[in-house]
Structures are given as C-alpha cells and as structure tokens.
Ligand binder design. Structure first.
Ligand SMILES: Cc1cc2nc3c(=O)[nH]c(=O)nc-3n(C[C@H](O)[C@H](O)[C@H](O)COP(=O)(O)OP(=O)(O)OC[C@H]3O[C@@H](n4cnc5c(N)ncnc54)[C@H](O)[C@@H]3O)c2cc1C
Length: 269
C-alpha cells in the first residue's frame, strides 16, 4: 500500500482549497475511487473527503423544482419521501443501484462526476434536462457528460448539487448485469416540462460507445403519441453502440427498444 494524505473538508470552499494540495482528488462515497486506488488505476497524493459537508447533503423540493446535494447517498435518494412524490422514477432508479453497501456509501455527485458508461444517474440527468451545479458554474446535463468516464468538470471544480423540474411522467427501466448490477442497457423516459415545454426526452445508459446519449428517433415517435406501441417503429441504430463480453451492439439496440417500451408503459402507469 502506498501512502496517501486524508483530509476531511468542512465546507465546499475548504474542499476547493484542499484540492490545490499535491495531486489531490475528491472522495465522496469512495465506491469507485477506492477500488481504483487499490488496483492502482488512480494514485492521488491526497484525498479530500466531501461526504460530511452538510451543505452537500439532502433533497429539497420547492414547487416543481427538485435539488439534490452532491453528497446525498443513493439510499437517501431512494427513500426520500419528497422525491418519491415529486419524481418517483428517480427514487426508484437510486434503489436499483448496486447493492445495499454501495447504496449506503455511494453518492449522486460521485456517480455523475465519475460518468461510468453503465451508470444509472447520467441517463436520468439527461432525460430530466437537469442542471449540474458546481462551486464555479451551472452546467446543462446535455453538455456535462463528455465521453467514457469523462465530463466537462475542470481541475478544482466540485459538484455541489443537481437540480431539475419534476416531469409530468417519467420512468426508468434497466436490464442489469446480474453480477455487477450495472446497466447493460438502461432507459430513462421523461415527459413534460423537462426543458420548459411539453416534450419527451429518452436517455440511454450502458449502451453507447461514448456513454449516455438521447434516443432521438424514439423521442420523435413518443412526442407524437406517448404510447409504448410506437416505440417498435422507432429503430435505434447499432452503429455507435458497445459490443463487449456481455452483449453485442445489435443485442443492445434491440434492448433499448424493449426497455424504452417498458419505461413508457411504466410512466403511463
Ligand atoms: C459493486 C458495485 C456495484 C455498483 N453498481 C452500480 C450500479 O448498478 N449503477 C450505478 O450507477 N453505479 C453503480 N456502482 C457505482 C456507485 O454508484 C458509485 O457510488 C459511484 O459510481 C461513485 O460514487 P461515489 O460517491 O462512491 O464516488 P467516489 O468513488 O468517492 O468518487 C468517484 C469520482 O468522482 C469524483 N467526485 C466525487 N465527488 C465529487 C464531487 N462532489 N464533485 C466532483 N467530483 C467528485 C472523485 O474524485 C472520483 O474521481 C457500483 C459500484 C460498486 C462498487
């Protein structure tokens, strides 16, 4: 084991200051970063723990606006009564992440900053037209996720919260890897007010060879009729989808249709 300096930040300003130390990295739930350090995929000189900063914790719902602090755990997101009422699809998504240990430690801020191509929250953030708030700026989810494990976050930038307008209808369906529980394909469908008008957004995780993306053919079909039956006619091309040991690109393309159909049916209740 190599040595690493541990710092517990008391505030966001404190975290930003501590991040200037050596080759420091933020630590939130540690569910991704600690395994990466154990396997030497990451070797920071310093860890700046943001998981106990009160300002980064909790869910707030004001009218239709939902704000979730970056250090809120998946368990807290899944069980928050206000969120279960305002956007039950997101609470349910959080309940499907990993296992209880992961859900009690892992956080929404850590998940979106990590941008694993099979992570669940990126699909929700894009479909909900969410805003990612950092200590420096506000970033539309459409622009935040850049590629595999890549975001537009700059050095020294701390995600502080995510915020979105609760949609009229939404649902998430995931075909999970039975071992890791990550999505082989996950589809989040949101209808109404996601971007200020009564539109439909469909975001896909687990399948794209550059991470989360919007399934625009399915969106166009659903904008005309928000009915699961129209999804079959809106094919998704396998061209930019991943092929790996779990599933081929063609298999994933078909799964996107199946998951989208189920998500629309669930959103319609
Ligand atoms: C067994 C297992 C199963 C899992 N299954 C799933 C699954 O089904 N679905 C899913 O979506 N995920 C899954 N995960 C990942 C899990 O959700 C992690 O919690 C998440 O990816 C990282 O969140 P974290 O809070 O643990 O972040 P950390 O591991 O602490 O940090 C991850 C990265 O984000 C950076 N970071 C952390 N906080 C911030 C911040 N506030 N601002 C800027 N950068 C920050 C860190 O520096 C680091 O680079 C699984 C993980 C494990 C170990």
């Amino acid at each position: 084991m190599y040595s690493v300096n541990y710092h517990r930040a008391n505030s966001v300003a404190d975290a930003a200051k501590l991040l200037k130390t050596g080759d420091a990295k933020l630590l939130s739930g540690g569910m991704t970063l600690i395994p990466a350090m154990k396997t030497r995929l990451a070797a920071p000189s310093d860890l700046v723990d943001v998981s106990r900063i009160a300002a980064l914790k909790g869910v707030k719902v004001s009218g239709k606006t939902v704000t979730i602090g970056a250090a809120t755990t998946h368990f807290e997101v899944s069980t928050d009564a206000k969120l279960q009422k305002a956007c039950p699809a997101l609470a349910e998504l959080a309940s499907m992440i990993g296992d209880p240990a992961v859900r009690h430690r892992g956080t929404i801020g850590g998940s979106i900053a990590n941008n694993d191509p099979a992570a669940d929250y990126p699909a929700a953030m894009v479909a909900l037209g969410a805003t990612i708030v950092t200590n420096k700026r506000e970033i539309a989810a459409d622009k935040f996720f850049k590629g595999l494990f890549e975001t537009v976050l700059k050095d020294g930038e701390v995600v502080t919260s995510v915020s979105f307008t609760a949609p009229a209808k939404a649902a998430y369906q995931k075909f999970r890897n039975p071992a890791s529980r990550y999505a082989i394909v996950g589809v989040f469908v949101a209808k109404g007010k996601a971007t200020g008008k009564d539109d439909v957004r469909v975001a896909v995780t687990g399948a794209g060879d550059s991470g989360v993306f919007r399934a625009k053919t399915i969106e166009a079909a659903l904008a005309k009729s928000f009915d699961p039956a129209v999804v079959a006619g809106a094919k998704v091309s396998a061209d930019s989808l991943m092929t790996d040991m779990h599933a081929s690109a063609d298999y994933r393309a078909n799964l996107i249709s199946v998951m989208a159909k189920r998500a629309v049916a669930a959103a319609n209740g």
